[in-house]
Design a protein around this ligand. Structure first.
Ligand SMILES: O=C(CO)[C@@H](O)[C@H](O)COP(=O)(O)O
Length: 223
């Protein structure tokens, strides 16, 4: 059985109690935390910056935190998030003219890298930098908001990236971000996703343990 990772996106969490929300989802069976940084320029929404991550690291949060930058310019932000304690930094290739350089900076810091592709963004830069990429994130929605519907054409893109990863023989995790729910997670899993970034389906649920267990069962229900 393949290993399924569930990554709650704290975009949909209760920000007034973020530390507790993270502790609760992690103790309820989540594998890692997805930290959505939105800048009101690249995407039409504004969330939180590196100071929030720094505070979480000063408290009891030791879980893996993947920082997803939906922001530009990237250069200063990358350094701030590396220092604040990110385990991984994911960025959208269209947010920089220097994809290779940014990947190098993240790797040199000992952090994991990730490239994020919107539903209509071409994968063409991948072939030039795939050996520097630890994670590939495919958006199932146009970025900016939680609670949107999954764009079905993403399934074909997942299959395509899965085969790129298999052919590369590299150890790259494939994440799907946006619109994942109990009804579509098995199809998404079958298409080849390893990590399921789940926002509203988890945080709008009254019982994190129960929803994460059901999501994992469905994601494993692929044969
Ligand atoms: O980055 C984003 C949206 O831009 C995602 O991480 C969403 O936060 C996922 O939320 P749901 O679609 O699962 O509600």
């Amino acid at each position: 059985m393949k290993k399924i990772l569930l990554a709650p996106s704290i975009l949909s969490a209760n920000f007034s109690n973020l530390e507790k929300e993270i502790i609760d989802v992690m103790s309820s069976g989540a594998d890692l935390i997805h930290f959505d940084v939105m800048d009101n320029h690249y995407v039409p929404n504004l969330t939180f910056g590196s100071m929030v991550l720094k505070s979480l690291r000063k408290s009891n949060i030791t879980s893996r935190i993947d920082v997803h930058l939906m922001a530009r310019p990237l250069e200063n932000l990358i350094h701030d998030f590396l220092k604040a304690g990110a385990d991984s930094i994911f960025f959208h290739p269209e947010c920089t003219d220097h994809i290779d350089k940014i990947l190098n900076i993240i790797k040199e810091y000992g952090c994991q890298t990730g490239l994020v592709f919107n539903p209509a963004t071409s994968l063409c830069c991948l072939e030039h930098v795939i050996d520097k990429v630890d994670n590939i994130v495919l958006m199932g929605v146009n970025p900016g908001f939680g609670g949107q519907s999954f764009i079905d054409s993403t399934l074909g893109k997942i299959r395509k990236v899965r085969s790129i990863i298999e052919n590369s023989k590299l150890k790259i995790l494939l994440h799907i971000d946006g619109g994942v729910n109990l009804k579509n997670i098995a199809d998404i899993s079958r298409a080849g996703s390893d990590v399921f970034i789940v926002g509203s389906v988890v945080f709008e649920s009254k019982n994190y343990f129960s929803i994460l267990k059901k999501l994992r069962e469905q994601a494993n229900n692929i044969y």
